[in-house]
Design a protein around this ligand. Structure first.
Ligand code: SAM
Length: 294
């Protein structure tokens, strides 16, 4: 850890907070990153160069933005807080490769912003995205990227440690669930580092982690109908303590009896719980389901 931690009143972020009279808003998940070494690790994990467009979610006081703009061709920073937006506009006024948008990252048309930027220069096709995400939008923002047809290449996000563990979890454990499968269907995951609460201001109650998602060219399993595949996963994890057969019988239009031959064909014991199924087993069962309902 460097000297610029959350308690050091000389950190640049503390100075900015004092200068502009900023109080962190809990409702917007504002825990500002104060430590230069973690900021460096995040920007290194992104690995942007002058041909890259980087979308930053929630720039806050610009802790990451400052480093990103040194490496990336363009930084598109989406901030929901009006006051922070105004400050960032002043701070980056002279910085040609940084654009700050007053936008909600959950609803804003990110692909359109990237497309507009692509027209302005010689940028790589696949864009990068990063951010120290407010806890309350972590899963919806991840799902937005994963379920979209946006041409992203890599995502590097700071998230709550438990959420990162769910994203990288293999089958069989309590962390494995719908989020693990959604992430691992689209990307190769890399747990970059664990981050202690002391390096933020104000300090969160939990540990965080930086996670990198490298987009896969094609998913690790082939399925006939992706929607069916993901709805099967949702059903299997909706009541984790129930057996797979009970989940399927109670949450689909098919009876338990109708499910039994499909499970047998997929060589899945009906008494197993959803959390023990591999992605391939979900894919096989989803295809049998798709074929059976026509
Ligand atoms: N990047 C800064 C840092 O690392 O110090 C700030 C991170 S802070 C955890 C999260 C930031 O996201 C805050 O600036 C907050 O205002 C912003 N934010 C919260 N909800 C948002 C949303 N829906 N869309 C865009 N930004 C949002």
């Amino acid at each position: 850890m460097t000297q610029q931690n959350g308690n050091d009143s000389k950190s640049p972020m503390h100075k900015m907070m004092q200068l502009y009279g900023i109080r962190a808003k809990k409702s917007l998940g504002q825990n500002f990153l104060m430590d230069a070494s973690y900021i460096h690790q995040i920007t290194e994990a992104i690995g942007a160069d002058e041909k890259d467009i980087v979308v930053e979610i929630g720039p806050g006081l610009g802790a990451l933005t400052n480093e990103l703009q040194k490496e990336a061709g363009a930084v598109l920073a989406l901030e929901l807080d009006q006051k922070l937006f105004e400050i960032l506009q002043v701070e980056y006024k002279m910085q040609e490769n940084v654009q700050v948008f007053l936008q909600d990252a959950l609803t804003c048309d990110i692909a359109l912003l990237v497309k507009e930027q692509q027209k302005k220069g010689d940028f790589r096709a696949g864009f990068l995205a990063c951010g120290n995400l407010p806890y309350y939008i972590t899963t919806p923002i991840m799902m937005r990227f994963l379920e979209s047809d946006w041409n992203w290449r890599k995502l590097v996000f700071m998230v709550q440690k438990e959420v990162a563990e769910r994203m990288v979890a293999p089958p069989g454990g309590k962390d494995y669930g719908a989020l693990s499968l959604a992430v691992q269907y689209h990307a190769q995951t890399e747990l970059v580092t664990i981050v202690p609460p002391e390096v933020f201001y104000p300090q969160p109650k939990v540990y965080s982690a930086v996670i990198a998602l490298h987009r896969l060219e094609k998913p690790p399993v082939a399925v006939i109908d992706e929607k069916k595949f993901f709805s099967l996963i949702k059903i299997a994890f909706a009541q984790r303590r129930k057996t797979l057969l009970n989940c399927l019988g109670s949450q689909t239009s098919m009876s338990k009896e109708a499910w039994l031959p499909l499970l047998e064909k997929a060589q899945i014991n009906p008494q197993r719980r959803g959390e023990t199924l591999s992605m391939q087993e979900f894919a096989t069962l989803a295809d049998l389901w798709t074929q059976s309902v026509g």
